[in-house]
Design a protein. Structure first.
Length: 489
């Protein structure tokens, strides 16, 4: 029996998509095109802000620009809260995913056609809102394809991650080429077209997804709709007032996003753990997620510097000349996805082969974060060199190590989150995972202000050592964390 509309998630006979349920192909496709648009745009976003007006940019201060990139990235994951709440209380995950894709496309269109700072602001807000809604719910929909005991789950998430990285590989290549050849807005336009392609593909396949993907786990009573709408309007009004009064500014945006994200995460943990709708074991599993959350923040605060520090490094320090031709800056962002494409199938096969003998989720988190710290230490042999002195092969090696860390922590992280989630808070637990990414991403933008291309040793060495220590501490705590996970690995 195949997994179709109204069908039962996790049917073992359905293995038509590389051994996985056929419905995974539809989510794979829309996520691939969404990541094409997302990473394609993000690959040229920072240089668009700090390049001079004569070079087609906005001429912003570089420190302010990196803070905005970090804050924007944090807001993407912060908005997973809204997307998760709408899914669990009003629309269901699949519908939120679909509508969010339209919002994302509108944001890329705004970046492509609206001028200057207005286009930047409108575009980034729409992309952040839409991406937040799509990310948590795409992951949640993938989770509905498998029964809890289905050993294909981790491998399925690895295949899903392959789709993400196919898009992440192609996006910066195309937008970077267009930006370098004809201008930034052409690059942003390509991102909009990519998202439109994803919407067309998904529109044909969405009805084949299991009915569980459209279920509303904890419906909001109609009597409370007015309160919810009023709270949303009040929140928007407060943000507008804070911007108009100068409390929220471009130069402090990353710090504000860090503070809001941290408070939101604490509030979410308190609400879920304190809920009377979950039992003792479910509550223990949520508590076990706290150390995983903290370690994940540390990992992403380094990993997401691909779009801040590494972009500046590629602009100033990297020798991008190949036979007299200079490679576009954003093409560096396509290196890591190549390694993910090559290695994700290998990792999926390894986890499937090992089964219960594979490292547990806490162990994978610890190993991945320690590897990420090692990647930062690998910058040291080329630190403080002359402009355009670092060979491309050095960055290829460093990003290979980045990818090894990512594959230990990211697909397993998405998978373990769906396994630890209480039924009543399924999508909202996924949003908690993305809140850890939000916090790490915002911190990555904030940290970038301390990067000094003329004195790089302190920056790379301190952050690298801290990540290794965090990873080692997680490995030391594997047994107590597993005890809290109550049978989940």
């Amino acid at each position: 029996m195949s997994t179709t509309q109204g069908g039962r998630a996790g049917d073992r006979e359905d293995a038509r998509f590389f051994g996985q349920p056929l419905a995974l192909a539809h989510i794979f496709g829309v996520e691939m095109w969404e990541r094409f648009s997302f990473y394609g745009m993000q690959g040229i976003l920072l240089i668009y802000m700090y390049f001079s007006v004569t070079d087609g940019g906005l001429g912003m201060d570089r420190g302010v620009a990196t803070g905005i990139v970090g804050a924007y990235g944090g807001m993407v994951y912060l908005f997973t809260i809204v997307g998760a709440w709408l899914a669990d209380r009003v629309l269901g995950s699949e519908r939120v995913l679909y509508f969010s894709a339209w919002v994302i496309m509108a944001g890329h269109v705004a970046l492509a056609v609206l001028p200057n700072v207005m286009g930047l602001a409108v575009g980034l807000i729409l992309v952040a809102i839409g991406s937040g809604g799509l990310k948590a719910n795409a992951t949640a929909v993938v989770g509905t394809l498998y029964a809890p005991e289905d050993i294909r789950r981790d491998a399925g998430f690895s295949l899903f991650y392959l789709g993400i990285n196919l898009g992440a590989f192609l996006g910066p290549l195309i937008t970077g080429f267009l930006q370098d050849s004809v201008g930034f807005h052409w690059g942003f336009g390509a991102a909009a077209i990519g998202m439109a392609a994803g919407l067309v593909q998904y529109s044909f396949g969405r009805r084949q997804l299991p009915s569980e993907s459209r279920a509303v786990a904890n419906p909001l009573p109609p009597s409370r709709y007015g309160l919810a709408i009023g709270a949303a309007a009040a929140g928007i009004a407060l943000i507008v007032v804070l911007i108009l009064t100068g409390v929220i500014r471009a130069d402090n945006l990353s710090g504000i996003v860090i503070a809001i994200t941290a408070l939101a995460a604490v509030a979410y943990f308190v609400v879920i753990i304190g809920s009377r709708e979950i039992g003792r074991d479910a509550r223990s599993r949520v508590v076990s997620f706290i150390p995983l959350f903290v370690v994940n923040v540390g990992f992403w605060s380094l990993y997401q510097q691909q779009f801040t520090v590494l972009t500046i490094y590629s602009d100033e320090r990297l020798d991008r000349s190949i036979g007299g031709w200079e490679m576009p800056i954003s093409w560096i962002n396509s290196i890591a996805p190549v390694f993910v494409i090559i290695l994700s199938g290998t990792f999926a096969a390894i986890w499937t082969k090992l089964g219960r003998r594979a490292p547990s989720a806490p162990a994978k988190f610890g190993i991945g974060t320690a590897i990420m710290g090692l990647a930062f230490l690998l910058f040291l042999p080329w630190a403080n060199g002359a402009p355009n002195s670092t060979p491309v092969l050095a960055i290829v090696l460093i990003l290979f190590v980045f990818t090894l860390g990512e594959l230990f922590i990211s697909p397993p992280g998405l998978s373990v989150t769906t396994k630890l989630a209480p039924q009543k808070f399924h999508t909202q637990m996924v949003s908690l995972y993305f809140l850890s990414v939000a916090l790490g991403t915002a911190i990555a933008g904030w940290l970038a202000q301390f990067y000094d291309p003329t004195d790089e040793v302190p920056y790379f060495s301190v952050l690298g050592v801290i990540a290794i220590v965090i990873g080692a501490a997680m490995l030391m705590c594997v047994k107590p964390v597993l005890a809290l996970m109550k049978g989940v690995r």
